[in-house]
Design a binder for this molecule. Structure first.
Ligand code: NAD
Length: 293
C-alpha cells in the first residue's frame, strides 16, 4: 500500500521500517527525528500523505495530533484512511475523527501496547476505534506492525480501551510492589512470595510476567537495573489520560486517581523519570509508613 508516516520517533521509526521492509511504499515526515533508511523523506507532513491510501501518525500527545490532523487531512484524498497509533485523550481522537469525516477521510484510533520492543519485532497489539470497513482496509498494515488487532467499536474506543487497560496496569504494579515491600519487612523471602502469589488469587500480569523484584520470575526490566521497558513517565501519561477521561464522563475511579498521584510523585519528585515503571518496588522499599496514617 502507499503509506505516509508522520512521527518517526522511538515507536514510529521501527513501525515504518517494518512496513517498508514488507514491501509497502512508505513516505515519512518528522519535525526532528531522522527519517530511517528505506523511507522516502517528505518535506512536510502534507507532502508525506498526499496521494497516499493511508496516513499513519505516531505522535506524543493529543494537542500535537490535532495540529498534525489540521495539516494532513486537507491534503488527503476522499476515501483515504488516517490511522492514528499515538496514545492520546479520547476527546482528541473523536475530534480528529469528526474533522476527517467532514473531509470524507476515514479515521481510526489505534493505540498500541507492546512498547519499543514490540514495535521493532512487529508484535504490537492494536486497540482500534472506527469503522469496520476501514479496519479491514488497513489489516495488511496492522499485520506487519503487530500480532493482534482488536476492533473496539466506533472512534475513540481504541483510546478508551488503552487507558482502561493501563489504569489497571498502573494500579496493579503499585499493589504488587507495596506487597513485596511489606513482605520484605515481615521477613518473607521474595521467591516464596512469588511462588505463592503467582499461583494464588493475587496473581497478575505484573507479578507473573513482569515481576518487579530482580532475579524473581521471568526476565523483566527489574533484572536490568530497571531500565525501561515501559518508562514510569509513560505510565504517568496514561494514568493522567485515564483521569482526564474519567472527569469528562463523571466516572468514579479512586484507585486510578491514587495511582496517578503516586506515579506523579515518583516521576516528578523522587527520581523515577527514565526508569521502568516497575522501579516502584525500590521506591516502596526505601519508604516508611507515613506518620499520619
Ligand atoms: P517519541 O517522542 O519518541 O516520538 C514522537 C515523534 O513525533 C518524535 O520523533 C517527534 O519529533 C515527532 N513529532 C512531534 N511533533 C510533530 C509534528 N508536529 N510533526 C511531525 N512529527 C512530530 O515518542 P514514542 O515513544 O515514539 O511514542 C509515540 C506515541 O506512542 C506516544 O503517544 C506514546 O504514548 C505511545 N506509546 C509509546 C510506547 C513506548 O514504549 N515508547 C508504548 C506504547 C505507546
Amino acid at each position: 500500500m502507499k503509506v505516509g508516516f508522520i512521527g518517526l520517533g522511538n515507536m514510529g521509526a521501527p513501525m515504518a521500517r517494518n512496513l517498508a521492509a514488507a514491501g509497502h511504499d512508505v513516505a515519512g515526515f518528522d519535525i526532528s527525528a531522522q527519517v530511517p533508511e528505506g523511507i522516502d523523506a517528505a518535506a512536510t507532513a502534507a507532502v508525506a500523505v498526499a496521494a497516499r491510501e493511508v496516513a499513519i501518525t505516531m505522535l506524543p500527545d493529543g494537542e500535537i495530533l490535532r495540529s498534525v490532523a489540521h495539516e494532513i487531512i486537507p491534503a488527503m484524498e476522499p476515501g483515504a484512511i488516517m490511522l492514528d497509533c499515538s496514545t492520546v485523550d479520547v476527546e482528541s481522537a473523536r475530534a480528529v475523527a469528526e474533522q476527517a469525516r467532514l473531509a470524507a477521510v476515514h479515521a481510526l484510533d489505534a493505540p498500541v501496547s507492546g512498547g519499543i520492543g514490540g514495535a521493532e519485532a512487529g508484535t504490537l497489539t492494536f486497540m482500534v476505534g472506527g469503522s469496520e470497513d476501514a479496519v479491514n482496509a488497513v489489516a495488511p498494515l496492522l499485520d506487519v506492525m503487530g500480532q493482534k488487532a482488536v476492533h473496539c467499536g466506533p472512534s475513540g474506543n481504541g483510546q478508551a480501551a488503552k487507558i482502561c487497560n493501563n489504569m489497571i496496569l498502573g494500579a496493579t504494579m503499585i499493589a504488587t510492589c507495596e506487597a513485596f515491600a511489606l513482605a520484605d519487612k515481615l521477613g518473607l523471602d521474595r521467591q516464596a512470595m512469588y511462588d505463592v502469589v503467582s499461583t494464588s488469587s493475587g496473581y497478575s500480569w505484573t507479578m507473573n510476567a513482569y515481576c518487579p523484584a530482580p532475579g524473581i520470575g521471568p526476565a523483566s526490566p527489574a533484572d536490568n537495573d530497571y531500565r525501561p521497558g515501559f518508562a514510569a513517565e509513560l505510565m504517568l501519561k496514561d494514568l493522567r489520560l485515564s483521569q482526564q477521561a474519567a472527569e469528562a464522563v463523571n466516572a468514579d475511579t479512586p484507585i486510578g486517581a491514587h495511582a496517578t498521584e503516586i506515579y506523579s510523585s515518583f516521576v516528578e519528585d523522587e527520581g523515577g523519570k527514565g526508569k521502568d515503571f516497575s522501579a516502584m518496588l525500590p521506591r516502596f522499599v526505601a519508604r516508611s509508613r507515613p506518620a499520619a496514617r
